[in-house]
Design a protein around this ligand. Structure first.
Ligand SMILES: [Zn+2]
Ligand SMILES: [Zn+2]
Length: 426
């Protein structure tokens, strides 16, 4: 089936003439619905999507290299500024906490909360830094047309790191924490806070500028790999969308595992979901946050915290925490269960709707981390004997629920949702 194409970008005034950036007409199997799509010849500024499920398949930027270099370099500079400038200062009687992001990590480690420190460090420092360095490395290798070591693995990691970059989630968490803190203390934002949304936007733009299929096509040309056509004895790689011989176990272009449908997808996804559902119980029943001052100690669970904020009048905070910590994980668990039931029992449901349900389920999971980040911000703001906030055991269980549901969605192969429809139309 021919792909739906569109030119969404303006044609460039000047181009990068030394690099061939066009894509010839060729076939590719949609990684979301499995349809074999005939991609037309694509030029700069054009993109192609699956005509059946609408999944984006490939795009070519107007200035493929300049755009990536500019966005990734600017994001790296902003990252250095965000991590070197003051983020927030919290001031009240007996409390003066000027905090930069490294200081927040330091206080978490000093209070022996290495799990929380590692969570923050991994999601707001490790993943964006690794992502930007790998993008610059692989695109530099491409632009000088060199076959440098680990370049194909770097591109594979870039695409997998995307959903684990949570700078935007951390920024929204700071806004939620601000509404909570301003009741008891003065809050002054530093330069790092104001730079953070720009950094998050640049990370997103860099991520959008990297088209996996187009990038691997350039490597195929540089390495002079043979290009296989769609045939009985070939299988289309779900990641780089190149056809490879059935005899290969791992794709010769990108190194990913080759399969028509992910092996044991339903079973792995189900086990991860069951583990997440079981851990969601202690995550809700045990205290998630403990607040101490010289007069009293208070413990709160996720729900008691929401109810407290609601009655106190902070309805916006209550709504955000309820959505992130209760609605999103519960809806995600229910949604994935329904998708698995439809797949296992081949229930007659519209594959288009199920496909959209899967995309939304996959996209919203990371926003559940808001509550954990809010606790981290409160912990680092209030760490004196006059006022101390510490996480309860539920925080660890809740982090695990978020990770397990994200992994469950990742291992679920959405092509199974279309298989029944495929058989009916054959
Ligand atoms: Zn499709
Ligand atoms: Zn591949």
């Amino acid at each position: 089936m021919p792909a739906s194409t569109s030119s969404t970008f303006r044609q460039p005034a000047s181009q990068e003439p030394h690099i061939t950036t066009k894509l010839p007409a060729h076939d590719a199997d949609c990684p979301e619905c499995g349809l074999r799509v005939s991609l037309p010849k694509l030029k700069r500024g054009q993109k192609a999507a699956c005509p059946r499920c609408g999944r984006h398949l490939v795009h070519i930027e107007n200035q493929p290299f300049s755009t990536v270099f500019a966005c990734a370099s600017a994001a790296l500079i902003l990252m250095l500024l965000v991590y070197s400038q003051p983020f927030v200062t919290v001031q009240a009687r007996g409390i003066y906490a000027p905090l930069s992001l490294p200081e927040m990590v330091y206080w978490l480690l000093a209070d022996n909360w290495s799990f929380m420190a590692l969570t923050m460090l991994f999601l707001t420092f490790g993943t964006p830094l690794l992502f930007l360095l790998l993008v610059l490395y692989s695109y530099f290798a491409l632009s000088v047309r060199r076959n440098w070591p680990f370049v194909h693995g770097a591109v594979r990691m870039i695409t997998r790191l995307r959903q684990w970059i949570m700078v935007d989630v951390f920024f929204i968490s700071m806004l939620v924490a601000y509404i909570k803190i301003k009741e008891v203390a003065e809050v002054h934002f530093g330069a790092a806070f104001w730079l953070m949304p720009a950094w998050a936007l640049l990370l997103l733009r860099t991520s959008l500028a990297v088209s996996e299929h187009w990038t691997y096509r350039q490597f195929v040309k540089i390495r002079k790999f043979p290009v296989f056509q769609a045939a009985e004895n070939t299988v289309c790689c779900s990641h780089c969308l190149h056809f490879r011989p059935l005899t290969e176990i791992h794709c010769g272009v990108c190194g990913s595992e080759l399969f028509q449908r992910r092996p044991h997808s339903l079973k792995i996804s189900l086990y991860l979901l069951i583990a997440a559902a079981l851990l969601y119980l202690p995550a809700n029943l045990l205290p998630i946050m403990i607040t101490e001052n010289p007069v009293k100690t208070e413990t709160s669970t996720i729900l008691s915290g929401v109810v407290y904020m609601w009655h106190k009048g902070d309805k916006l905070v209550a709504a955000v925490i309820f959505s992130a910590s209760v609605a999103v994980p519960v809806l995600k668990i229910i949604s994935l269960s329904l998708l698995m039931l439809c797949t296992q029992y081949r229930l007659s449901a519209d594959a288009h709707i199920l496909s959209w349900q899967y995309r939304i389920t996959e996209a919203i999971g990371r926003w559940s981390m808001i509550d954990i980040f809010v606790i981290i911000i409160l912990m680092t703001s209030f760490h004196t004997p006059m006022a101390r906030v510490t996480p309860g055991p539920a925080a660890v269980y809740f982090c695990l629920v978020v990770v397990l549901t994200m992994l469950s969605a990742y291992f679920f192969d959405p092509r199974m949702l279309w298989d029944k429809q495929n058989k009916e139309t054959v």
